[in-house]
Design a protein around this ligand. Structure first.
Ligand SMILES: [Zn+2]
Length: 256
């Protein structure tokens, strides 16, 4: 099983659409950050988390030939607006792709991308089927199984869902607050991939100090910072981190 961080940039990406790199060194490839999404790759099943606006290029770069399921964290544009790139995977499999989202995100997806969920014409059939996220999801294909726990967390004025895979890896790209009652699920994981927008604080995200505080509290074997803004240069940030914490970069792959 592999977990691939397809994109680790904040909402405008690094560089931004106007080419602005902020404090990031353009000569370091690890500073080129597309918008956040990730993929859990089993032998016969690929589970995508969020559909970043750069989904197409992310999948090409990582040689992903199929998508079986999509888990959405929340409805923001940088997590959803690449949804149309799922069409090819429907065409190849001739099966609607199973998509999982909470109530608010489902509502947003159905309203904004209604053509993905409704048959428009013979040429444009529905490509996705929407499911509500349960607390625990179990997916199985051939002999491989994956257990996924979903945990509702706060992300400024909206909720976001953290996904924990096989009680071993938590992925949470957009979060400002985790409820204390859920801390038990986060303790002693192998990997914690967590929001770290920038050095300052932010109403919808964890800043550097807050991310490090939570990592200390949860003590994973390894923590990986994601959703990074253009003022976090890879090398500069890495030099400030303890050994068990690293900044993410696009394409970072973890063998589980
Ligand atoms: Zn967001």
């Amino acid at each position: 099983m592999k977990f691939i961080i397809l994109g680790c940039g904040s909402s405008m990406g690094v560089p931004r659409a106007d080419g602005f790199f902020g404090k990031c060194n353009p000569n370091n490839k690890k500073n080129y950050r597309s918008r956040c999404s990730a993929l859990l790759k089993l032998n016969d099943m690929n589970i995508l988390i969020d559909t970043s606006p750069e989904l197409r290029t992310q999948l090409i770069k990582n040689d992903i030939k199929k998508i079986d399921k999509v888990l959405y964290s929340h409805m923001h544009a940088d997590q959803t607006h690449g949804i149309n790139d799922l069409r090819i995977f429907y065409i190849k499999s001739q099966k609607k792709i199973q998509v999982y989202a909470d109530k608010d995100t489902s509502k947003y997806l159905k309203k904004t991308f209604s053509y993905c969920f409704k048959n428009i014409s013979k040429e444009y059939p529905a490509i996705l089927s929407l499911n509500s996220v349960k607390k625990v999801l179990n997916f199985k294909k051939k002999k491989q199984k994956v257990n996924i726990r979903s945990i509702k967390v706060r992300h400024g004025s909206v909720n976001s869902i953290c996904y924990i895979f096989n009680k071993s890896l938590a992925y949470i790209s957009d979060v400002s607050m985790i409820d204390k009652k859920d801390f038990k699920f986060f303790r002693n994981l192998k990997y914690l991939i967590i929001d770290c927008l920038w050095y300052e604080t932010h109403p919808s995200h964890l800043g550097f100090k807050e991310s490090l505080k939570l990592i200390k509290e949860f003590s994973p074997k390894k923590a990986i910072l994601t959703n990074m803004h253009n003022n976090l240069d890879y090398n500069e940030l890495k030099a400030q981190l303890p050994k068990n914490i690293i900044p993410a970069y696009d394409g970072l792959t973890i063998n589980l």
